[in-house]
Design a protein around this ligand. Structure first.
Ligand SMILES: [Zn+2]
Length: 175
């Protein structure tokens, strides 16, 4: 490191300490030219999480982008805002568990769709149609068909528990 007193670059580290949260390293240095001491702080570089696209390209994971895609799919649907946050948090949790710091768009999409499917059929189909546009169209059509063929309101929505849910029949106007 360049000495702040004499501007020469010849020092030795006399002491090295990590901050309590482990994000910064403080080093006490002694300049071997002028013998004065100074302190340097090193920030551990935040390594971004990456999203792996179907063609293998990587791009930085962007929480805001995921959230806005989700909001677009859920536009005008009776889905409380906290559910969007919960879905994004779920993806982040998965990502943080990955040692390789990467997640595929496929896995993100599958997780989001699984969650949306439980919440709102319309939002689910909207998201799926965008997400799967360049993927397997056949699989998507099958998925929608199976959704449409599901007997109305029998399974899954067995009322009870969740007292903060206002109207569990939010998807009744699907036809
Ligand atoms: Zn010096």
């Amino acid at each position: 490191m360049i000495c702040p007193f004499c501007s020469r670059n010849n020092d030795r580290v006399v002491d090295s300490r990590e901050s309590r949260d482990g994000a910064t390293i403080r080093r006490r240095r002694e300049c071997l030219e002028c013998q004065r001491r100074f302190t340097s702080y090193e920030q551990i570089e935040a390594i971004p999480y990456l999203v792996v696209k179907t063609d293998g390209r990587r791009e930085e994971f962007n929480r805001g982008k995921l959230l806005s895609g989700l909001l677009r799919a859920c536009e005008k649907r009776p889905i409380p805002a906290r559910h969007h946050e919960d879905i994004v948090a779920e993806i982040e949790k998965k990502l943080h568990l990955k040692e390789e710091r990467e997640i595929s768009t496929r896995e993100i999409g599958a997780t989001v769709m699984q969650k949306l499917r439980e919440l709102d059929a319309v939002a689910y189909v909207r998201f799926a149609s965008v997400y799967r546009r360049f993927e397997d169209l056949g699989a998507f059509v099958e998925e929608v068909q199976s959704l449409l063929n599901e007997p109305e309101g029998t399974e899954e929505s067995t009322a009870g528990g969740d007292s903060d849910m206002e109207t569990p029949s939010g998807t009744a106007d699907l036809g």
